[in-house]
Design a protein around this ligand. Structure first.
Ligand code: M6R
Length: 359
């Protein structure tokens, strides 16, 4: 039930710190070993490449998973949109390992790929929030996301949980492979910092409501921009805003602006930049100037490490690949408040179903 909340979406957004603490407790509480089946880790250790397959928000979480896996396990990862992958299989490596991400565990596009992977005798794992779902039953292994029931059509806490569980897996496999970075990574501490960081973002709801009023009222188009991990989260933030507020929103790699997108920047167009990546922060700041010079209304979300004067939101710093745990929530709140202010149904947007069981 919604309890004291008017919408499931806001309730589910607010639950995220607790979700991270639950995941940490379940997977990482035992200091001597991570709670992931040894048999699964052994199989994964033998793989020469991982294939992440998912749809929508779960696909966006997979993009983050690729960065986590490649950094901590040093194994290559390919990420595929399920509906594309199913009909256009890439050439596989010698020892592929398939990881499916699905909140519902019922997404038909993802299931189609799973069925074919099984036919080919490939190893499969599903990360899902619904442990008695079709995908969980059909894959060789499944791990729970532990987000609790997600009712709102816009996926929020499942995205956060998927990133956290991907991090757990990357850490567990990295340790198994004796990768130094993985061994030294204090993931438990990072998840606890992330939970506190989300609490801080959630404490600023009034600021988000004021921001969406100022920047998004009467706007039909909006852009999210960022590089690297900030690009991944731009795609997710854009999906969130478009699917519930119906504002036409695109997420772009900030460096691509000058290759076309900048033609769309005109007076008052909202452009929200995520600048959490140190490596590219100064380049992205350059893009901010280009958008401002054309009259765009810029919002900058940065971190203690990358902040500049005038940034609207400055977030605490986490392991770079975990920043979407915080920037993702920023995107959720912007989508939530602009939808509310438009008088639209936050939980049940038009034309969409919670689980998409047709291809
Ligand atoms: O249940 P799944 O994670 O497999 O669902 C995948 C997508 O249908 C889902 O994430 C969808 O994009 C959401 N409406 C996004 O908020």
């Amino acid at each position: 039930t919604k309890g004291t909340y008017d919408t499931f979406m806001l309730k589910e957004i607010d639950e995220q710190p607790a979700v991270l603490r639950r995941i940490s407790q379940h997977y990482l509480a035992n200091n001597s070993s991570i709670n992931v089946p040894a048999e699964l880790l052994q199989l994964m250790a033998q793989a020469d490449r991982f294939y992440f397959v998912a749809a929508g928000t779960s696909y966006h979480a997979s993009l983050v998973g690729k960065r986590l896996f490649e950094k901590y396990t040093k194994k290559p990862v390919e990420v595929g949109v399920a509906s594309e992958f199913g009909y256009h299989w890439p050439l596989l490596s010698q020892k592929p390992f398939f990881i499916f991400l699905s909140q519902s565990g019922e997404t038909a596009d993802s299931r189609q790929v799973l069925v074919e992977a099984k036919k080919r005798g490939l190893s499969t794992l599903v990360l899902t929030n619904v442990v008695n779902s079709t995908l969980a039953r059909e894959a060789d292994f499944h791990l729970p996301l532990l987000a609790g029931p997600e009712i709102a059509v816009a996926s929020t806490k499942a995205y956060t949980a998927q990133i956290a569980v991907e991090a757990v897996l990357a850490k567990a496999l990295g340790v198994q492979l004796q990768e130094r970075l993985a061994v030294e990574w204090d993931l438990q501490q990072q998840l606890s910092l992330a939970a506190v960081g989300i609490d801080r973002v959630l404490a600023e709801k009034d600021k988000f409501a004021a921001l969406t009023k100022e920047y998004l009222t009467d706007q039909e188009h909006a852009f999210y921009l960022g590089r690297g991990i900030d690009y991944d989260v731009s795609l997710e933030a854009a999906l969130k805003l478009k699917e519930i507020s119906y504002v036409h929103t695109e997420g772009f790699a900030a460096g691509e602006l000058k290759h076309g997108t900048i033609a769309l920047i005109e007076d008052r167009v909202p452009a929200i930049f995520f600048i959490t990546e140190k490596l590219t922060a100064s380049h992205t700041r350059g893009n901010v100037q280009e958008v401002k010079a054309r009259g765009g209304n810029v919002v900058v979300v940065s971190t203690e490490e990358t902040k500049g004067s005038g940034d609207q939101f400055v977030l605490p710093t986490l392991t770079p690949e975990l920043m979407p745990l915080l920037t993702g929530v920023v995107g959720q709140l912007i989508a939530y408040f602009s939808t509310l202010q438009r008088g639209l149904n936050v939980d049940q947007p038009r034309n969409l179903a919670k689980s998409v069981t047709v291809e």
